[in-house]
Write a protein of this length. Structure first.
Length: 609
């Protein structure tokens, strides 16, 4: 598991059995104090410490307590498995001996993932697939960009997709369902208890149905009385399939809820976006088409809730290069304007419905150069397909030349942040900038340089969903080139440009990384203007002199460190987007995990019903 705090330890083996642990210790020589750490299958998040003393094996369970600390029964609490092992290597404190020599994992022995690690991963995929109708690359991107948010979501709603989950039914109805058909021992279902909003487990054993109340503590963890605590009901169910943990027997086959099994809710391929570009979360749709699904508590909107997310929906339908004028309704509302003309709001009619679009209308299209410029922009956009890049839907040649794009109705990032300072958290900005790094990593892989990455060219679909736009200056690099050489300098956004762009007219993905750093600075200063009142040439002197912008007030230290790395003078030493995305991702995951509310004390255990 990627977030297993023991994953870094060279003497940690993951989910291996007791006898396998003993085998490793034997092979390593059975010296006194030889030890290793493994995952505990009984308690989620717990470990077992296996130690050799006097040619014998001793196994100590390490429990993860609700407050997130670890301890061996009767011993002191420690903040992590590493700290715990370090402590016992100085003081036996009740163990048979001190930990003396780590039994190191050999290079050909990877950490074995536990049953829940792979289950959780599969569950996440299944959930994304079912809920948003995503597949392939779009699904991978969705998972990478929103893993922490999805894990939280799954923790509370995953059971709704399980065949054994029957929703809110009476105890008697549960019995009726279990008694119908074959009645093998262990056949079970989970239902909502009518009055209290908690869950109950009903299972058949010796032709009799038994009911158990599933308890939940304040932090939402589920457990049987005095049993192991789990983050989710489905993990508890998986565990009870292996260990009875107080039940009359282990769980066997699921008593299948016909409603869930016959049709899992999926969404139509194209959904009409609301007036403000916001598509209601899919739960509303799911609840309507499947009364057995309960509506989960309100949550933040995710990128995947938007109809704009999936770049692979109806690719042939939508990615027409030439759009008929009759298919296009253009609003008078202007979204933005520039030298070329203006961007207007519109609606594109397709066979499978209507899509909100943004239409870039060329003003002077009798000018050949301007026209060619827009054709080049369209040519570039046509080759790109990524959730974090504004998708072009086509060109329409009518009264004007028009570039039709998917709509990002919440507008440019800098404007959005400066007008919504109070409602946007730092985590929110981290999430958005991580998405931008994913889009840029994609461009880098495809060998395109953007050349105008800035907060004004990052558009928002909604508060949680960013897309890179404005490919007016972009270039596709040749297969053997890693930079583009501009013959003459143009009207350039100097404050966003790396030294090699200004000095040698050389543009590469590495110079886009520099611009990404400036964009980060703009984002973390809530749409502030970089380099204040300085003019282009002053900025150049400032940079050449080794100075860099200061850390914005609300910006986390780690994010400022990354910005400064993006502003490495020599492009050879600057990180690429692969590295930038990795840093953004790990920081995004770490802050989103911390934001998860954790109750401290367990609720008093209730008796079994
Ligand atoms: P320019 O080359 O003049 O910067 P842009 O492509 O950045 O042109 O578009 C100008 C403005 O139009 C943007 O700042 C934004 O406000 C609006 N705009 C452009 N594309 C879209 C879109 N896909 N969705 C919503 N608004 C857009
Ligand atoms: Mg622009």
């Amino acid at each position: 598991m990627s977030n297993d705090p023991a994953a870094e330890l060279p003497f940690y083996y993951g989910s291996i059995s007791r006898s396998e642990a003993e085998q490793h210790l034997k092979l390593a020589g059975m010296a006194d104090g030889l030890f290793l750490l493994r995952q505990c299958i009984r308690s989620l998040g717990g470990y077992v410490l296996s130690v050799v003393w006097n040619l014998e094996f001793h196994h100590y369970s390490i429990e993860k307590k609700l407050n997130g600390t670890y301890c061996i029964a009767g011993g002191k609490s420690h903040c992590g498995p590493a700290e715990l092992c370090e402590f016992y290597s100085k003081d036996p404190d009740g163990l048979v001996c001190m930990l003396r020599k780590p039994c190191l994992r050999l290079p050909d022995t990877p950490i074995r993932p536990g049953v829940f690690d792979s289950l959780r991963e599969n569950m996440l995929r299944e959930y994304v697939k079912q809920t948003w109708n995503l597949e392939g690359e779009a699904m991978e991107q969705a998972i990478i960009s929103q893993a922490p948010q999805l894990e939280k979501l799954i923790a509370t709603t995953a059971h709704e997709k399980m065949p054994w989950y029957h929703g809110k039914i009476a105890r008697q109805e549960g019995e009726r369902r279990l008694y119908s058909g074959v009645q093998p021992d262990g056949k079970f279902l989970v239902r909502d208890r009518e009055e209290s909003g908690t869950f109950a487990l009903s299972m058949i054993y010796g032709k009799t149905v038994y009911h158990y109340r599933i308890l939940q503590d304040k932090s939402g963890k589920c457990f049987m009385p005095e049993g192991t605590k789990f983050d989710t009901i489905w993990q508890l169910v998986e565990y009870l399939k292996m260990k009875p943990d107080g039940l009359v027997t282990v769980l066997g086959e699921a008593c299948v809820n016909g409603k869930v099994a016959e049709k899992t809710p999926s969404l139509p391929a194209t959904r009409r976006t609301g007036a403000n570009g916001y598509t209601p979360p899919p739960r509303a749709v799911a609840a309507a088409s499947n009364p057995a699904t309960t509506v989960p508590a309100d949550r933040e909107v995710l990128p995947m809730d938007s109809s704009a997310f999936n770049p692979y929906h109806n690719p042939n339908e939508v990615r027409k290069f030439n759009i008929q004028r009759t298919q296009l309704l253009i609003d008078e509302v202007e979204l933005g304007s520039g030298n070329f003309g203006c961007v207007k709001k519109g609606v594109l009619k397709t066979d499978s419905g209507q899509i909100d679009v943004a239409v870039k209308v060329l003003k002077n299209d009798n000018e050949k150069l301007v026209k060619e410029e827009m054709m080049r922009e369209a040519e570039i956009m046509h080759q790109l397909s990524n959730p974090f890049i504004v998708r072009m839907l086509g060109l329409c040649k009518a009264e004007n030349l028009m570039l039709v794009m998917e709509m990002a109705s919440a507008g440019p990032l800098n404007k959005f942040l400066s007008t919504n300072k109070d409602n946007v958290t730092v985590e929110n900005i981290v999430n958005l900038m991580h998405q931008v790094s994913m889009g840029m990593k994609y461009l880098e892989e495809k060998n395109f340089v953007h050349r105008d990455l800035a907060a004004r060219n990052v558009l928002l679909v909604n508060q949680q969903f960013a897309k890179i736009s404005d490919f007016g200056l972009s270039k596709a690099l040749g297969a053997d080139d890693n930079y583009y050489k501009a013959r003459t300098a143009g009207k350039w956004p100097l404050k966003w440009y790396a030294p090699e762009c200004i000095n040698f007219h050389k543009f590469s993905s590495k110079s886009d990384v520099w611009s990404f750093g400036i964009t980060m600075w703009e984002a973390f200063s809530y749409g502030g203007k970089p380099y204040k009142k300085m003019k282009g040439p002053e900025v150049m002197r400032f940079i050449e002199g080794g100075s860099r912008m200061e850390c914005p007030a609300a910006c986390p230290e780690q994010m400022y460190t990354l910005m400064k790395e993006c502003w490495t003078y020599k492009h050879e030493e600057r990180p690429d987007f692969k590295a930038v995305e990795e840093s953004m991702r790990s920081y995004h995951y770490s802050v989103s995990k911390k934001a998860k509310p954790e109750g401290s004390a367990a609720a008093a255990a209730e008796p079994v019903e």
